[in-house]
Design a protein around this ligand. Structure first.
Ligand SMILES: O=c1ccn([C@@H]2O[C@H](COP(=O)(O)OP(=O)(O)O[C@H]3OC[C@@H](O)[C@H](O)[C@H]3O)[C@@H](O)[C@H]2O)c(=O)[nH]1
Length: 441
């Protein structure tokens, strides 16, 4: 286009704009008249009923324009703060706008997949990173079938130990928050393979944290455990109970906590550390469940062992230790339903604020012995589970149960599913229809 043609085109546009202005609809004229009237009343002048909107006398003077602009700026700032939080990073409000993107590490695992389901249901955007060493692709497939819409759920097969890949994932995605679930998590196995535990839990947390810092991700919800307390003298356990873990799993989680907490002292990051007690149950609608690796059966948790025994996958349940100083000689644990646990994560995410560091026990506050647990499991499954009594399992502590009052108070969270039989019955429904985990109907 030549310079002359461009000038002609511009003149044409201006002419049509003037034309359009002359055809302003009545409503615009009315608004301008009202505006002029408002300006006059601010000046203390009398409103001229016959005034014309185009009368220059009624246009705001320069200082009035500055005052109006200032007023509008203050108003816009207030509205923005209201919707984005005082420093623009309020996760909850961004979620209300429908944009919160949460990275779930270990989202193919038992707890991670339930958390992903809940977040997706609540309209969050979710990216799962999992190396499938402990998790199940079957859980991912279920989630994908429930949320097939583009942009809702992304699955990335990757190992958190691979810092380069993790960095690439962060650079290709704008995460608002990270829920770091991925970890090996068997107390018994940790005593046999401590290096695996220290590396997987501690080093990988460092990789995630460093990537968050590099890419400006401001919120971390960290999965910790009651195992960090070890064997406290006083029950119930509060967040102030001294942490003296007695097995590599608990020690590695405590180290990861220390790394995060030391880092948080000079950072704006919002950090929520959730110390889970013993997680049981499954999605009440039967879409997800707990599917531990068959080769790790010997290290498995009590709930999995009970169900395996009920399904005759193993000949019977081995109760490990009957000489603990407890009411019936078996260990006491605080069993928390996975639905409540993921609810605690959502509440933690909603209440996360820059520089806020929260540490919370997530438990029911009730302790149940292994024998009581096995009785409930027999009722839930209806199976006459054969029980064998063995000596103690290395790394076990006699009794832990939580004082959940801090999380009740600060996150407005209370365990809702405290009926052990009910939680086990729900989990059993899924287990018996998934005899071989996700790979079998
Ligand atoms: O087959 C079994 C399994 C477990 N148990 C006993 O059941 C009790 C609970 O053991 P689990 O392995 O289910 O759970 P743990 O208490 O060791 O740790 C659990 O809770 C805290 C979480 O953070 C851990 O990830 C989780 O493994 C222990 O006393 C254990 O010895 C058995 O008697 N037989």
């Amino acid at each position: 286009m030549t310079a002359t043609a461009r000038t002609e085109a511009l003149l044409h546009i201006q002419a049509s704009t003037v034309e359009a202005a002359h055809q302003l609809p009545d409503v615009t004229l009315k608004t301008r008249r009202e505006f002029s009237g408002w300006i006059l009343s601010l000046r203390g002048e009398k409103k001229d009923e016959a005034m014309d909107y185009s009368d220059l006398r009624h246009k705001p003077r320069i200082f009035e324009r500055i005052a109006i602009a200032g007023f509008l700026i203050v108003l816009c700032t207030l509205i923005t703060k209201q919707s984005l939080g005082s420093n623009g990073t309020n996760v909850f409000s961004r979620h209300e706008l429908g944009v919160t993107h949460v990275l779930i590490t270990g989202g193919a695992g038992y707890i991670g997949s339930h958390a992903a389901l809940r977040l997706l249901k609540d309209s969050y955007r979710v990216t799962i990173v999992d190396n499938l060493s402990r998790g199940n692709i079957g859980a991912i497939k279920v989630l994908q079938s429930l949320f097939p819409q583009p942009g809702r759920l992304q699955f990335i097969f990757a190992d958190l130990g691979d810092a380069k890949t993790v960095d690439k994932i962060f650079s290709e995605n704008a995460f608002d928050a990270v829920m770091h679930f991925a970890a090996v998590a068997y107390v018994g196995e940790s005593t046999l393979e401590p290096l695996r535990y220290y590396h997987n839990i501690t080093a990988n947390t460092l990789v995630v944290l460093e990537a968050m810092v590099r890419h400006g991700v401001k919120t971390l919800i960290y999965s910790s455990t009651c195992a960090t307390y070890g064997e406290p003298e006083k029950m119930p356990i509060t967040e102030e109970t001294p942490q003296f873990p007695i097995n590599p799993y608990g020690k590695a989680k405590k180290m990861a906590e220390d790394i995060i907490l030391d880092f948080s002292k000079n950072s704006n990051m919002a950090v929520m550390i959730l110390r889970y007690f013993n997680v049981i149950g499954s999605d009440p609608e039967g879409r997800l469940g707990e599917a531990p690796r068959p080769e790790l059966r010997e290290h498995g948790r009590i709930s999995g062992a009970c169900f395996d025994a009920a399904l005759s996958i193993i000949p019977g349940l081995k109760v490990k230790g009957t000489d603990y100083p407890t009411r019936d000689g078996t260990c006491i644990r605080d069993y928390i339903d996975v639905t409540d646990l993921v609810d605690a994560h959502v509440k933690a995410l909603e209440k996360a604020r820059p520089k806020r560091v929260g540490i919370y026990n997530v438990g029911t506050g009730k302790g149940r012995s292994v024998k009581e647990f096995v009785d409930a499991c027999k009722k839930a499954t209806g199976a006459d589970i054969k029980v064998e009594y063995l000596s103690r399992r290395p790394g076990d502590y006699a009794e832990v149960y939580s004082d959940p009052s801090k999380i009740n108070r600060e996150l407005n969270w209370t365990a809702q599913h405290t009926n052990l039989l009910e939680s086990l019955s729900i989990a059993w429904r899924w287990q018996k229809s998934h005899r071989n985990g996700y790979s079998s109907p």
